[in-house]
Each structure stands twice: as structure tokens, then as C-alpha cells.
Ligand binder design. Structure first.
Ligand code: MF3
Ligand code: CO
Length: 275
């Protein structure tokens, strides 16, 4: 008999825990907005990282990524063909580059983790890849409802991306989040029957999910940099984008935690568009 999707492995957070997750999520959202405002030609990715770390600490939190499995920075910053896990350094941003920022904060033992992608020097301008990736995130979030199966999130993301002619990365997934940065379940951004046990998980109120589509212009294939062991690039050198939010499954609508203005229900952010 197939093993049942492990709902017992997936934490359901108490109101007290959710209050801490809301603070962590808001700190992450604020920090991302602070970094977004500084993205411009001439700025280095390490300058952005230092700004982020200072804000996280000033808000009484810790940078979740720093030291995680030996990761050396507070943020991951990825340019053009880098998909995720770009290490900040003295690289200078140039106009027209596709730049993604991903960061985490731990407040009173509870983590938040979110990401956005934008174009250097052209914030808010329409970009098909960014539109598809952020739209896919919102389509996935819309499926994060009690009683749905997790695969409905995966399918919604894949359908949104592929119908627009892009590909979803398969070698990396979203994840549960709480007292650890990465907790069960795994949240794939595609559906392939039998590939993940967690597809069949029935979502329940109190589960907290970090949903994070990574979307490529060309091939879905990615490879990890052999020198630093972290930087993930598209195999064909084409562009990639990444958006992420943490979401609580509730009795009603999905509650998005990682907004600078504080947690909001999905219907209160629809039309949200700031890439
Ligand atoms: N948001 C990223 C993820 O969920 C976290 C980066 S991993 C770290 O995979 F090592 F940098 F923390
Ligand atoms: Co994540």
C-alpha cells in the first residue's frame, strides 16, 4: 500500500506561534522592501546584503540564512541566469539585469523566508518572465486552502508558467517553515504523479508554507556551481526569476505573512504587483 502523505509530519501552528511567525514574516517583508529601494546600477550585492542584515538585527531578529548549512550571508542575491542561492559579493549591478533577492529572519525562534525579482534600473516595468513567476506564486497561494491537496498548489504554478511559454525548475522546491527554515512538506512547482509523497497531503488550518516558484526562460535544467557549492544557474545560461511568500492555511482564505505592511489575506492583496 502506498504510504499516506505524512500530515502528521507537518506542524499545525498555534495562535501563539502564528503571532511569532507574523512578526518574522513582516520583518522579512520590510527588509525586502528596504533592499528593493536600494537596487540601482552601481550598487554591489554585498552592500545590499549588509543593509538587509542590519535591518533584520535592528528589528530584534536573526538572519536565518547566515550559517545555514554553512551559507555565508544574510541574503541570496541572484543575477540573470542565477536561479537561487547567489552569494553576495563585490559584483556591481548593471542596468537591465534581472536581479532576485531572497532572505530569511528568525524572530523568537520562528522563521520567515521570502523573495522577489526585479530589473535593475527598470522597476515596475512589464517583464514577461517576472509577470509569469509572480503570477504563478499568487496562483499557487490561491490553492493553499484547508481541504485542498498540496498537489493543487504544484499544478496551479506549473500551469500558470507553462501556459506562458516558460519552464519551472524541478530540482528545487518550496517547503514548510516554522521553527526550522526548511520543514516538511516539500512543495514542488510541478506535478508528476508519484514523484513526491507530499503531493497527497491534505492541507489543514495552521500549516505554514513557503511557496517559491523558480521559473526559466529556456530549459528547466539547473546546475550548482562547482566552485562555491551554492550558486544555482540555468543549464543553458538563459534568464531565471524567483518569487516567494510564506502563507498560513486558515479556516478561510490563505494568509500571506511576508508583506512589509504585515499579514494580509490573499483577497486583500490581489492585484499586488511590484516587480
Ligand atoms: N529561500 C531559500 C530556500 O528556501 C533559502 C536559501 S538557503 C540558505 O531554499 F542556505 F541560503 F539559507
Ligand atoms: Co524558501
Amino acid at each position: 500500500m502506498a504510504k499516506r502523505a505524512g500530515s502528521r509530519r507537518v506542524a499545525r501552528r498555534s495562535e501563539e506561534e502564528l503571532e511569532k511567525l507574523k512578526v518574522a514574516g513582516q520583518i522579512v517583508g520590510e527588509t525586502l522592501e528596504l533592499v528593493r529601494a536600494q537596487i540601482a546600477p552601481g550598487v554591489t550585492t554585498l552592500e545590499l546584503d549588509k543593509l538587509a542584515e542590519a535591518h533584520i538585527r535592528a528589528r530584534g531578529a536573526l538572519p536565518s540564512f547566515k550559517g545555514y548549512q554553512g551559507y555565508p550571508a544574510a541574503t541570496c542575491i541572484q543575477i540573470d541566469d542565477v536561479v537561487v542561492h547567489g552569494i553576495p559579493d563585490d559584483t556591481v549591478l548593471e542596468v537591465g539585469q534581472v536581479v532576485g533577492v531572497d532572505l530569511g529572519a528568525c524572530y523568537d525562534g520562528y522563521h520567515g523566508d521570502a523573495a522577489f525579482t526585479t530589473v535593475v534600473g527598470q522597476p515596475g516595468e512589464y517583464h514577461g518572465l517576472l509577470d509569469a513567476t509572480q503570477g504563478a506564486l499568487m496562483a499557487g497561494i490561491a490553492q493553499a486552502r484547508a481541504g485542498n491537496r498540496l498537489k493543487q498548489i504544484s499544478k496551479a504554478i506549473q500551469e500558470y508558467v507553462e501556459s506562458r511559454g516558460y519552464s519551472v525548475v524541478r530540482q528545487l522546491t518550496g517547503h514548510g517553515i516554522g521553527q526550522q527554515l526548511h520543514e516538511p512538506p516539500q512543495i514542488p512547482n510541478f506535478y508528476s504523479p508519484g514523484a513526491f509523497e507530499d503531493y497527497e497531503l491534505v492541507l489543514q488550518p495552521g500549516m505554514v508554507l513557503a511557496i517559491e516558484p523558480m521559473v526559466n526562460v529556456g530549459t528547466a535544467q539547473v546546475q550548482v556551481d562547482k566552485e562555491d557549492g551554492w550558486t544555482v544557474r540555468t543549464a543553458d545560461g538563459e534568464l531565471s526569476a524567483h518569487f516567494e511568500h510564506d502563507v498560513v492555511v486558515t479556516d478561510s482564505e490563505p494568509l500571506i505573512l511576508t508583506l512589509a505592511e504585515g499579514a494580509k489575506l490573499l483577497s486583500d492583496v490581489s492585484g499586488y504587483w511590484k516587480a
